[in-house]
Design a binder for this molecule. Sequence first.
Ligand SMILES: Cc1cc2nc3c(=O)[nH]c(=O)nc-3n(C[C@H](O)[C@H](O)[C@H](O)COP(=O)(O)O)c2cc1C
Length: 382
Amino acid sequence: MNRRLFLLSSAATGLVAATGATAFALTRTPTAALLPWAEAGTAGPDPRRFVVGHAILAPNPHNRQPWIVELTGPTSMTLYCDLDRRLPETDPFDRQILIGLGCFCELARIAATGIGYRLDVTPFPEGEAQPRLDRRPIAHLTLVKDQAASPDPLFAHVAARRSTKRPYDMARPVPAAALSALAALSSPGLDVATITEARMTARLRALTWAAWDVESRTARTHKESVDLMRIGRREIEASPDGISLGGAFLEGLSLVGQLSRAQLADPASSAFRQGQDMYRAMLAATPAYLTVTADDDGRGGTFAAGRAYIRANLTATALGLSMQPVSQALQEFPEMDATRAELDQILGTGRPKRLHLLARLGYGPAVPQTPRWSAASRIRTA
Ligand SMILES: Cc1cc2nc3c(=O)[nH]c(=O)nc-3n(C[C@H](O)[C@H](O)[C@H](O)COP(=O)(O)O)c2cc1C
């Protein structure tokens, strides 16, 4: 923590003490917003609710949770995109949103194996929407009882998986066996790769920071993120999605008037600068990267990239590794074009290929779960 943040934190702590609330720090956990993590698997005998209860724990951009599941029969469901939960400024073609939906489907499939089912996934049964997603289904999902099948080993790691948005240990390289396990997730048409070579990782650290700076200094793209920030427990519980700025420290800053959406939106404010400093330091502490690249730019490849990414994230979890997508350089708004082209040039992922995910990889600290809307709130009956 730098000196200014330390002073602000002291002010916040003083205020907390002055209000006589030691309990303040102990009560800042957004308990209700985290309940879906504990509730997964407790919804009773309906296998559809079991798999959805786990699938809503999937990683997804800005934690928008863009999924709606319609129960269409005793063992069948249809997955839709909640079109109001997209990110039109930073993700104008809904590419990242679709990756999140791919993560959701693969997590549903993994969860199904935990209760003796196979999940058949039929993507885009009414065709692929272009250039944006529309009301057509993302996938039909059918559960098939399969006594012979054993649980996917990744199922055991669903609750421990995180996107770890913290500095990673630069003195602890990712072991070769872990790199091989991650690369083994490649499939025809989809390449999962890792990057550890010193010159390459240095270039990527610099480029991911440059891309972050572009996004945060472009008013409309930055506003999209700021509008999704939930500051403090009350806001997080009211809207358990978006970017949570929780915990006693940040909530204390907001109470002493040092952290607000207006300040975070203003590049001249100290809150904005502190955010930049923290993000730059985090990106600099990245010993390795993981990429997911499709052979072509179709919706099928994007969806498959999401399915591979959640497997990579869970595999990393199983190996004690941390991961975090850093997507700014991949974004498709005009101000990012030059940075995206540079990234493609560095990685050799230009057309006809399509780089779908760039993620930090390494050993990071334990971090809390992120909020979720309940599974029940994302389910509708046909
Ligand atoms: C396609 C995609 C892009 C993402 N991009 C970023 C990113 O640029 N920066 C970041 O910190 N997290 C990114 N994330 C991670 C989400 O913020 C995270 O999944 C979400 O907040 C839920 O948290 P959890 O994964 O810890 O459950 C991305 C996730 C997905 C699936």
